[in-house]
Design a protein around this ligand. Structure first.
Ligand code: UDP
Ligand code: MG
Length: 309
């Protein structure tokens, strides 16, 4: 029988995990004539009792495997570790908080098995239960990202994806340090079916994302999958070069015609501060790219395993 690996990144999920395990088992049982399951829980350096709960699952249930990180490496690293460990013909990533409903699994499996897709992905069509400011910025991010990067990112897309082995292998081959999953999934291509569902509230525990964390995450996504900001800085530079030449000619001719009254101080200061800030801004953008290249070059491991089973 074919096997499906369920990868669950967990960071301080002791409250949610029992619910997840119960729900997931129900769905696994309902599909047992078609698919065999293995669970890979990735404990992303949790500081609560998450690992004990996972170990207790593993003790009773031989389908359960786990990786425990030496510290918190982030969800992207956890997904990567899980995908590398997965041995199934299919793999699916699911949050531990039941915001990715396991009840969608039969439909996802159907799409990949019988409808000719390589992958079934999910998107939320509502953002109910989310702070409105967060929704606005999330929408804005997808708009900007799709304009800038050469890949199509779907608004509201979740990391909840059911993939065939060939796609899993393609993703594992992308060993980059700055991992932006939403971009990586899009970049590898393959035929993807999008399933829609309504946003579900987290079953227990708290979200790990603050607004500031999300903001940094979006900058990372842009930097990882687009070099457009670098082009912009050059264009801004070019634009101001032409403005400077025009100004120069104007000042020169004025001096020839009317002499040189020394009264240009305020405007000079304005111009200097303006250009200084533009230059700093552009330097900053370039600096971000260099720092990312620097981290990539160090070739550090994406995660460090403390314990595994
Ligand atoms: N997560 C993780 N490492 C982190 C942050 C989150 O493995 O550093 C996991 C978390 O345990 C959950 C999933 O990623 O299973 C999604 O996190 P969360 O529910 O907090 O995000 P949201 O659904 O609010 O976007
Ligand atoms: Mg969640």
């Amino acid at each position: 029988m074919e096997k499906c690996s369920v990868i669950v990144p967990c960071y301080n999920e002791e409250d949610a995990l029992p619910f997840f395990y119960e729900e997931m088992n129900k769905v696994a049982a309902s599909m047992q004539d078609k698919l065999e399951f293995e669970y890979i829980f990735v404990d992303d350096g949790s500081v609560d009792g998450t690992i004990n709960i996972i170990r207790s699952f593993a003790k009773e249930d031989e389908r359960v495997h786990y990786i425990s990180f030496s510290r918190n490496f982030g969800k992207e690293a956890a997904i990567y570790a899980g995908l590398k460990k997965a041995v199934g013909d299919y793999a699916v990533m699911m949050d531990a908080d039941l915001q990715d409903p396991p009840t969608l699994l039969p439909e996802m499996y159907e799409a990949v098995k019988n409808e000719g897709y390589d992958c079934a992905a999910t998107r939320r069509v509502t953002r109910k239960g989310e702070p409105w400011l967060r929704s606005i910025f999330a929408r804005l991010f997808y708009k900007i990202m799709n304009k800038m990067a050469d890949l199509n990112m779907v608004d509201g897309a979740r990391d909840f994806r059911f993939m065939k082995r060939n796609m899993v292998d393609a993703i594992c081959d992308m060993g980059e340090y700055n991992r932006f999953s939403k971009g990586i999934f899009g970049w590898v291509g393959f035929k993807t079916k999008w399933l829609k569902y309504e946003n579900v509230k987290r079953v227990a525990g708290k979200t790990k994302w603050s607004f500031w964390k999300l903001f940094r995450y979006s900058i990372e996504g842009i930097v990882a999958f687009s070099t457009a900001p670098l082009v912009w800085t050059s264009l801004i530079g070019l634009l101001f070069f032409f403005i400077a030449v025009a100004l120069l000619i104007f000042v020169f001719i004025r001096a020839l015609l009317y002499g040189d009254p020394v009264d240009g101080w305020p405007s000079t200061i304005c111009i200097i501060t303006f250009f200084a800030s533009v230059q700093l801004f552009c330097n900053g953008i370039i600096g971000i790219y260099i720092s990312k290249a620097y981290l990539e070059l160090k070739n550090r491991p994406i995660f460090i395993v403390r314990d595994e089973a």
